[in-house]
Design a protein around this ligand. Structure first.
Ligand code: HEC
Length: 153
């Protein structure tokens, strides 16, 4: 029951309908699953960040594809936030996240909102580097905003 309450509380981009399936996973595996999703997000963020900094050539198709990749995997995060994962040694999710699920969820929604803005702008005619830069930076800042409060290190 507790699991269900926590998952429902997360909402937004992290929402999941896979509650029943979640109960099939072991806590250790859920943390690996969660960290793997973050690694996928990180790889996309690396390409987007390099684009924003001008380290690689701006390609509107690549920006859009990387943003869509993020959206496709981020939606799986919700089913990994199961309270039993709090006891997993390798998890870097701070107790603060569990104590303040509204705050944590708010950071998740801010990330989801920034990502949706990037996806929307990348679908507009004439999408260029000038439009991409600030939208990418907003997404990357939303990652850091959550880590500052809710991730160890
Ligand atoms: C709502 C909060 C939140 C947002 C938004 C968020 N993260 Fe994280 N991130 C976490 C937490 C919590 C962990 C620790 C997970 C664990 O170890 O259980 C984490 C872990 C990570 C890790 C380490 C994974 C590993 O192998 O241990 C990377 C890399 C990462 N995040 C990248 C990103 C990137 C890139 C973004 C934005 C595109 C992002 N995160 C957005 C909360 C967030």
């Amino acid at each position: 029951m507790l699991k269900k309450i926590a998952l429902v509380a997360i909402g937004g981009l992290f929402a999941t309908t896979a509650i029943a399936q979640t109960e099939l996973f072991k806590a250790d595996d859920l943390v690996k699953y969660r960290q793997s999703i973050y690694q996928i997000l990180s790889a996309q963020a690396t390409v987007l960040g390099a684009t924003a900094k001008g380290e690689i050539e701006f390609d509107p198709e690549i920006v859009r594809e990387r943003a869509l990749n993020m959206s496709n995997v981020a939606k799986l995060l919700g089913e990994t936030y199961v309270p039993a994962t709090q006891g997993v040694k390798d998890s870097n999710m701070l107790p603060a996240a569990w104590e303040d699920m509204d705050g944590f969820s708010g950071k998740g929604k801010a990330f989801g909102g920034a990502l949706q803005e990037l996806i929307a702008v990348s679908g507009e005619a004439g999408f260029d580097k000038k439009a991409a830069g600030p939208a990418i930076v907003k997404v990357l800042k939303s990652c850091k905003a959550c880590h500052d409060d809710y991730r160890a290190d």
